[in-house]
Write a protein that binds this ligand. Structure first.
Ligand SMILES: [Zn+2]
Length: 278
């Protein structure tokens, strides 16, 4: 049997670093050792986890914020989305594993340092634990941002990185149009697809088809992110299996005739564990 090369989508890369221990165990048992990612997937990971962590760090560093508990309550009131709320859990877990009292006003500095170090470790772990499928110079401008981690200037470096990362959201400098041109035949196939799929998948595919129509020479990163799953399906090397939890890849990968595997969600694995332990 030939050894499977696993190409990880963001929906798998994120829980490898931040999910319940039960789900981490499931992923580790099912993903083998040969794990690949691309700089585009790294970008999505940074967007979903590193950027919120950095924003939380910046909030905590503000003069009027007196303690971690204070920052957590401001953060909670500011954001409603599940993804941003999960940063709360991450921060609390991280700091309590270092016995930091969240209400202790004297612990603000050491808490900031721990969060900054967590960000540094996450980024370097990506480079260490995964193989990159090579550099594609035509990809989104965000894939080229580098964080120069300098302990003495962290506040400035993080705030500059946050600015740089968001700069391309509204201005039309994403630069992924060359990638779209290079892969126009595959995009065409997706655009013209009349796959016989169920209603939910059909509306997902139609959304992608609508977004394909809006591709032009001057794209913003908000637009490029909307086509993220399509970009990842095109990026998947033909000798690898895409590992994911998203429905969209069911039809995208079928259309492109590539191999993929949809894993159960974290919730499904947790439910299974609960039934077993009853
Ligand atoms: Zn972009």
């Amino acid at each position: 049997m030939s050894k499977v090369k696993h190409f990880l989508d963001t929906s798998i890369l994120r829980p490898i670093h931040s999910s319940s221990s039960e789900y981490k165990k499931y992923l580790n048992n099912n993903l083998g050792k040969d794990r690949y990612i691309s700089h585009y997937i790294q970008k999505e990971f940074v967007n979903g986890l590193i950027i919120p962590m950095m924003s939380f760090y910046s909030l905590l560093r503000m003069k009027h914020i007196t303690s971690v508990a204070d920052a957590l309550s401001v953060w909670n009131n500011k954001f409603n989305s599940r993804e941003l709320k999960s940063i709360n859990v991450l921060v609390v877990n991280l700091l309590s594993s270092h016995y930091i009292d969240l209400n202790d006003l004297r612990k603000k500095d050491s808490a900031s340092k721990l969060i900054a170090d967590y960000i540094r470790r996450l980024l370097s772990l990506l480079e260490l634990r995964f193989k990159f499928i090579g550099v594609d110079n035509n990809l989104c401008v965000k894939t080229k941002l580098v964080l120069d981690y300098d302990l003495d200037k962290l506040d400035n470096i993080f705030s500059q990185y946050l600015k740089d990362f968001k700069k391309s959201d509204d201005s039309k400098i994403c630069n992924i149009n060359t990638f779209f041109k290079t892969h126009s035949s595959q995009i065409d196939k997706i655009q013209k697809s009349t796959l016989n799929i169920d209603k939910t998948d059909r509306s997902g595919l139609e959304k992608i088809q609508k977004n394909i129509k809006s591709i032009n020479n001057n794209m913003s990163c908000v637009k490029c992110a909307k086509l993220g799953d399509m970009i990842i399906s095109i990026l998947t090397p033909s000798n690898m299996r895409l590992e994911h939890t998203d429905n969209s890849f069911d039809y995208l990968m079928e259309l492109l005739e590539k191999t993929h595997y949809k894993h159960p969600s974290e919730l499904a694995i947790q439910k299974k564990a609960e039934t077993v332990s009853k």
